[in-house]
Write a protein that binds this ligand. Structure first.
Ligand SMILES: *Cc1c(COP(=O)(O)O)cnc(C)c1O
Length: 429
């Protein structure tokens, strides 16, 4: 039986959405509306995640504590500000598969990448190089290149760039191994993404780490598109450090406080670091002595007392991930993106090419799409979709990214996307 006004496909999508155990989480988010009051089909949780309904009150509570308790809120606030970073520690660790002492919420992503490189990129004449991907996110490239120059080396020789070797432009494990075989002895640091932002390719962190450690390289990952998307096992991957932001899949708001992971083996490292008082041993921090002594673990890289108004949304968001469970979210994500992909392949194969790997273990929730007509058609479709409330984003030169996230996207969103593209393609002729 189909409801009046629904065809069989819609009825099935809605029924399957209703049967999804994680479906109620959608109600915990503010879904942006179109001018006619209908809800948008929001596919850009990989760029800026939606706002949880609980976030407004959580930020307001911190403002109230400031208003009424002022400096005393450090100790007597509803969530006392002094240990505030610790309120997110356990959930953050669970989210990325780390021990609590291995993670910290601080700064922003690119800043954390620099601070980690200060400790973990220590080039020598024999081993000056960083291995990155050729099409790295610009900020990562600027960070890495500026670090190379800062140490007095030349990026022309000390940046080794991995090129996509697959027909779809993705990078195979074999290509990474070849690069390590060829250049490993010169590589100080391997710096790769967890999920590539343009292609949506997911990398095998453990395999990369083992191969790179085998050549004596340090390994760091940028997990901007992996945190809250993949069920990460950072501790077991063995990587030395990782960084990520919290405004994409982690739904913690624009410019949210970022994250960093430092593997336990470096908890008491003697490596140099750029220090600040919040990274000082917590027992003696307020003795205000002149000599820095790092608190063990990732928290030892903190510089400043944390931005409470910005941490409140992260606390709210991580609690949602804790209740939903990253493994359950990932399981749903594989099914949802699989459904989306099947629809695209069955109905739009002549219109869209999928640039993201087919194997679920080689991608997260995002699918990167190219319009077969070329860049201008791609731009036209992108503009059309956004104009009708199907929110996707565009990455130069020719990619439309669509990320059905398991916390708030549904099959019916994917079906709507596909139908609107079908109608657009028919009109275009
Ligand atoms: C989103 C993203 C960034 C953004 O960096 P910010 O410091 O948060 O502005 C950097 N690198 C990658 C890979 C990203 O996906």
């Amino acid at each position: 039986m189909t409801k009046p006004g629904l065809d069989a496909d819609e009825a099935r999508a809605l029924a399957e959405d209703a049967a999804d155990a994680l479906a109620p989480f959608r109600d915990e988010f503010q879904i942006p509306k179109n001018p006619d009051g209908s809800e948008q089909a929001y596919f850009t949780g990989n760029s800026l995640g939606l706002m949880p309904r609980a976030t407004r009150a959580a930020v307001a509570a911190e403002l109230e504590d400031w208003e009424t308790l002022a400096v005393e809120a450090h100790f007597r606030g509803k969530h006392p500000w002094m240990p505030y970073h610790a309120f997110v520690r356990e959930d953050l660790a669970a989210l990325v598969g780390a021990q609590p002492s291995e993670v910290v919420a601080m700064n922003s992503l690119t800043a954390n990448l620099h601070f980690m490189m200060v400790s973990f990129y220590r080039p020598t004449r024999e081993r000056p190089a960083i291995l990155i991907e050729k099409h790295a996110f610009p900020s990562d490239r600027y960070a890495v290149e500026s670090q190379v120059r800062f140490h007095g080396y030349d990026p022309a020789t000390a940046l080794i760039e991995l090129e996509g070797d697959q027909p779809d432009g993705t990078i195979s494990d074999a290509a990474i191994e070849r690069a390590l075989d060829e250049h490993g002895a010169r590589i100080a640091l391997v710096m790769l993404p967890g999920v590539q932002y343009r292609t949506g390719q997911a990398f095998d962190l453990r395999k990369i780490t083992e191969a790179a450690h085998g050549k004596g390289c340090i390994v760091g990952f940028d997990l901007a598109h992996a945190a809250g998307n993949l069920a990460l096992q950072l501790h077991d991957s063995g990587c030395d450090f990782a960084v990520w932001c919290s405004y994409k899949y982690l739904n913690s708001g624009p410019g949210a406080v970022a994250g960093a992971f430092v593997h336990e083996r470096h908890a008491r490292t003697e490596r140099p670091r750029f220090a600040g008082w919040w990274g000082h041993d917590q027992e003696s921090r307020f003795r205000m002595g002149p000599d820095f002594s790092a608190t063990p673990g990732a928290e030892g890289w903190q510089l400043s007392n944390p931005p409470i108004l910005a941490l409140a949304p992260l606390r709210v968001s991580l609690a949602i991930f804790r209740r939903a469970g990253m493994d359950a979210l990932r399981a749903k994500s594989i099914v949802l993106t699989g459904y989306f992909e099947t629809l695209l392949r069955e109905r739009l194969d002549r219109v869209l090419e999928i640039a993201t790997p087919r194997e679920p273990e080689r991608r997260g929730c995002q699918l990167s799409l190219r319009v077969r007509g070329g860049r201008d058609d791609g731009r036209a479709l992108f503009d059309h979709l956004n104009a009708i409330g199907i929110v996707v984003d565009w990455r130069e030169p020719d990619v439309i990214r669509a990320a059905p996230t398991p916390l708030y996207n549904r099959r019916i969103d994917c079906l709507r996307f596909v139908r609107e593209v079908e109608a657009w393609a028919r009109r275009r002729g």
